[in-house]
Design a protein around this ligand. Sequence first.
Ligand SMILES: [Zn+2]
Length: 461
Amino acid sequence: MPERQMPTNTNRDAAAMPGAQAATPSGWQLFRGEILHFLDDPGPATEGEAAHAFVHHADGGLLLENGVVRRCGAWAEVAPTAPAGTSSVDYSGRLILPGFVDTHIHYPQTDIIASPGRGLLDWLDRYAFPAERRFGDPAVAQEAAEFFCDELLRNGTTTALVFGTVHPQSVDALFSVALRRGLRIVTGKVMMDRNCPEFLRDTAQSSFDDSKRLIERWQGVGRLGYAITPRFAATSTEEQLAVAGALAREFPAVPVHSHVAENTAEVALIRELYPRSRSYLDVYDHYGLLKPHSVYAHGIYLDGNDRRRMAESATALSFCPSSNLFLGSGLLDLREVIDSGVRVGIGSDVGGGTSFSLLRTLGAAYQVAHLNGYLMSPLQAFYLATLAGAQALGLEAQIGNFAAGKEADFIVLDPAATPLLARRMATAQSLAERLFLWMTLGDDRAVAASHVMGKPQWTRA
Ligand SMILES: [Zn+2]
């Protein structure tokens, strides 16, 4: 059941927004605007051919009760069904979409975003590890978690799968902040007992004990979920991967979140460390770490066998194009991954990625796919950032689109957020064209509002 007791809204702009009170005494809310959500993967098809995969209302109505979708349809059909006392907000001229789902991001790396490195391993040593050291201090973690959640909402991200640090207190801090805001956050304590600085090292036993305690404290509290989080195979001993597997078996509903096959030097290192494994992914498979709703970031250097194993184990891949470009990691062959039946979501991978904005990340995804000869349709891009992300995390029964009964996390996109966007939008003919403009020219400025279970948790002034 979704958490119905929503925390107090602390966003001053949102609270001041006329007509945007979270709930009337009746708990019913009605929103008007252009509405788009997805039922399936539109693939590379054109708007007309992909009509089965999405729902679009040029003048739509979204009716909620206590933050849950009751009806979504044409305004003329939905509005008359709203009970007396329903509060109403008019977003006409803007696009209402399900909130974005970021399937891979590191909150402790917020302060090192845009730090140039020679490649993944060098970047971790020079920037990531020193930054993560500070999260042993709960006050540092708390302050960073507040900023991080603000930034997610400013960018339209209402659900995220997040790396903490090795410190359990980093996870307590993020969960506490997310709980207060009603955000759907899945996170976990990093497990890391070798090939990293002494000051960030746990042990197989302590990582097991700490992770288990955190699962028991947080899994299923409000809208929160835990993820077993070995950083990557190079920073865990075989003993630690074995205890991660033991946790995965003991808690069947708890997914695994890690990295795989991001960079050629990293892949070579894994081959050295695990000479008996057939492939990098096979290391995780050996320890029972491929399981439904688990997410591995990157996967640029997987082979056909790996993709088959991911598909059959319902393990998802997080495509992080801005990070892959920034760190010079490589170009994921998106078509190959999708054709293999692997679930795919979009990940910002901040701070290796260069933006919290999934709009900008979709723009990068289009370019990376293009370089591999695949023209990703804008409809498919927005599907990846919404319903596909929910499916990757196994949360499609709760979020991802506006089917009746789902939790109403949604965002409002502004077609006139910048002068250039407004000018270009004026000549756009179709929905697909307008989506393409948002993902190519848009960023946080295009997000007019982010609602969490109906409540405006972010509103652009
Ligand atoms: Zn990452």
